[in-house]
Design a protein around this ligand. Structure first.
Ligand SMILES: O=C1O[C@H](COP(=O)(O)O)[C@@H](O)[C@H](O)[C@H]1O
Length: 235
């Protein structure tokens, strides 16, 4: 049974996520949170910068990313660059709490460096690092992070990998399915009508019968889908 949380508007979705971020930030230990890229989280970042800058205990949170495009951090395609412009430039957070993927570096070297940084900083469960909360998006083709349909090895033993966008050929660095699945909690954040058909397909088929990484990757404890009414219209 897929765990859907449907809200009337996109604003209501990101308000709920913001309140949960406040709660995470009040825990008695540092929390490791992995952000999604692409366009969907922009609304959330803007709301956090506007209304939550002083409500969140930012320095109890460590931010990571599910994936990054192999571009400079100043490139409009950079997932980190977008989060920096919309959120991190507007809040008081220590630079050491922001663990960006260095998309400008050699992808193989960066993949290795990133895995080492994750192992050094994120507490392990079952022998590998376990993020407290991973936010993931879903592309219109069913990809998540930079794990693409028909291109993803779900048994990949490494924690991080280099991926290639199937259409543009753009190189990406991504957490592997193994690392994503070892999170305590995964929240898929999916907004807008353009994702409705893919969501319907996921809702009406066994994940095993679908090629979509977003349908297959689940966390250790909680996997849930935060949707606005437009995205959920066919469910
Ligand atoms: O390329 C990517 O796509 C997905 C979905 O992006 P969106 O623009 O449809 O929200 C995103 O989750 C991933 O991090 C990103 O690099």
């Amino acid at each position: 049974m897929i765990n859907y949380k449907v809200f009337e508007t996109a604003e209501a979705v990101v308000t709920e996520l913001s309140e949960q971020l406040v709660t995470y930030s009040q825990r008695d230990k540092p929390m490791h949170i992995s952000l999604s890229g692409g366009s969907t989280p922009k609304l959330w970042f803007k709301l956090l910068a506007k209304d939550y800058a002083t409500k969140v205990n930012w320095n109890n949170l460590h931010f990571w990313w599910g994936d990054e495009r192999c571009v400079e951090p100043t490139d409009p395609e950079s997932n980190y660059g977008e989060a920096k412009a919309l959120l991190f430039d507007h809040i008081d957070i220590d630079a050491q709490n922001i663990h960006r993927i260095l998309g400008e570096n050699d992808p193989d070297d960066e993949t290795q460096r990133l895995a080492e940084e994750i192992c050094a900083k994120v507490p392990s469960v079952n022998g590998i690092p376990s993020f407290d909360w991973i936010l993931l998006g879903m592309g219109g083709d069913g990809h998540t992070a930079s794990l693409f349909p028909y291109k993803t090895d779900f048994n990949e033993p490494n924690l991080t990998l280099v991926a290639e966008h199937p259409e543009s050929g753009q190189l990406r660095i991504s957490k592997s399915a193994r690392l994503l699945s070892n999170a305590s909690r995964i929240t898929y954040l999916v907004l807008g009508e353009s994702k409705a058909q893919r969501l319907y397909e996921i809702a009406t088929h066994d994940a095993a019968d679908l090629p979509y990484p977003a349908a297959k990757i689940k966390a250790l404890k909680t996997t849930e889908w935060y949707l606005d009414a437009s995205a959920a219209k066919d469910l």
